[in-house]
Write a protein that binds this ligand. Structure first.
Ligand SMILES: [Zn+2]
Length: 197
């Protein structure tokens, strides 16, 4: 959709931040599926934690059993399990996932603690995209999911921070762009359909 009829000549990576951290890798217009169908599990890629966590912040644990992977920071579950307890924001015993959504609302309102959480998430996504830059070297890095279903100002600011934390070589900087997926939370549906028909 992003490149129109030129899609088959382009490569992209998408990180979709929701309850977990979903992902997708497109190489020359085709979804990279892998031998067992597990390719594109970006959430469970380990990322460097040095300089991302506060001094007294334990290495975050993911539901998959890994410690220090991208989803352990950049997901609603990551916020609730790993980031929120540290920052001790007064969110009164919310149901699962609700804590993360409340933090997003705080962030949109400019709350300092919430913005620290989103800074860590943006840094985690930037480090994940830096791995992608050295792996498939995509034309475009997509962000999607609830984290971009926010106010335009918050969305643009978040995308800018992810870009800031993604280290690209000069050759890549000239070609690459950072975009929000066009269909937000529904982006996966049209992407998956051709494989089902
Ligand atoms: Zn994981």
């Amino acid at each position: 959709m992003h490149f129109g009829s030129a899609g088959s000549a382009h490569t992209s990576i998408a990180a979709i931040v929701g309850t977990g951290l979903g992902g997708g890798v497109i190489e020359a217009g085709l979804v990279v599926k892998g031998a067992s169908g597990m390719a594109g599990e970006l959430g469970h890629v380990h990322i460097p934690m040095a300089g991302l966590l506060a001094d007294d912040q334990p290495i975050p644990r993911c539901n998959c059993g890994f410690v220090g992977d991208a989803e352990s920071v950049a997901s609603l579950t990551g916020i609730e399990n790993n980031l929120l307890p540290l920052l001790a924001h007064p969110v009164p015993d919310p149901p699962p996932d609700e804590a993360g959504r409340q933090v997003r609302a705080y962030g949109e309102a400019g709350d300092e603690m919430a913005l620290r959480i989103f800074e860590q998430q943006a840094m985690a996504l930037g480090r994940l995209f830096t791995i992608a830059a050295n792996y498939t070297d995509p034309n475009v890095y997509f962000l999607g999911g609830g984290v971009v279903e926010s106010t335009p100002a918050f969305r643009d600011s978040f995308r800018g921070k992810v870009r800031e934390h993604t280290v690209l070589r000069d050759e890549q900087t000239r070609l690459a762009s950072f975009a929000v997926v066009p269909d937000l939370d529904m982006a996966g549906a049209p992407g998956a359909l051709p494989w089902r028909l």
